[in-house]
Design a protein around this ligand. Sequence first.
Ligand SMILES: *Cc1c(COP(=O)(O)O)cnc(C)c1O
Length: 370
Amino acid sequence: MNRLNRLNFSGGPGVLPESVLAETQAAITCVPEVGLSILGISHRSDWFAAVVDEAERNIRHLLQLPDSHAVLFLQGGATLQFTMIPMLLLPHRHQTAEYLHTGYWSGKSIAEARLLGDVRVIWDGESDGFRRLPAPPELSCSTDAAYFHYVSNETVEGIQFHAIPGLDEIIRVCDMSSDFLSRPFDPNRFDLIYAHAQKNIGPAGVTVVIIRRDLLAHAPDGLPSLLDYRTHLKARSIYNTPPVFAIYVVLLVTRWLLHEIGGLEKMDAINREKAERLYSAIDDSSGFYAGWSMPEHRSLMNVTFNLPSAELEREFLRQASGAGFSGLTGHRSLGGIRASIYNAMTPAAVDLLSQFMREFASLRHAVTGS
Ligand SMILES: *Cc1c(COP(=O)(O)O)cnc(C)c1O
């Protein structure tokens, strides 16, 4: 491994498939069907309309998404969704939205929603350090909430829901930014899903929103055009200049998922296998590595852990960096180590990291005589 080809274990922007990077590289020089660089193709061209169509078709196919749900490609990141969602679904002061506070990102979404309306946090994991997620009996969801919001995978802490929380009769909204298209799920149980691209499905700049069309029938009047989902639905995600490049790369990633990986069941099996290799390196270390999350809530995307001291963590990161592993430093709010193993991280690369972890632990155990 040389300096020019390091393994990207970053929490985001994350790793992309090599075949996608090769196609992207070629497209920067010239997209053959158009004869222009992808960076200079008009968003009003027929070619780009076809890109948006195919990206949508592929996402529908991967998720078995019914026609009741629309697919939009928006800007502003997942962070703007923290605002657009309450603008759509919480316009009346007498209503309350229910949120789960399960980590860093759900905390951000709650703070934004509170600027616009009443929010009730029905479960808060902060006092437990966000190491676990609620079991269904711990949740007292109201049957008259405006909507229910949660984050399927807390990217910073490395905890992930392995079952869908909330009541099916209440509008269910989910931030899937860091595990979208990493596993199959039943889209019929969701009313609004959002996921920006840069963790799992592309470069920064585009956010995929899946919204049940009939939610828009009750949209409040007077929303700023750009912050109104109806604008983007009507314009087929080409209302103003969209991030053509980012959407094109998302298309390539969906093709890769369909044709090279073979769908979300297969992707899920690969992701489970990868996560298992890192968690077993943690579990086999006789406590040298301490996993952050409780085992039943472990994330298959972000593996977070600590070493016995901050000094050892610094040494681990220094040596890991020297060995070609990039992006392992834990989020600034949490510290420790985080290995993000999104869809495009190969099992072979995960093996290298697991081997590195095992060797580092055994050498340190030898030095400390434990
Ligand atoms: C990274 C992340 C965000 C923030 O996304 P931006 O695109 O930077 O706005 C929100 N939610 C989750 C779960 C994330 O992982």
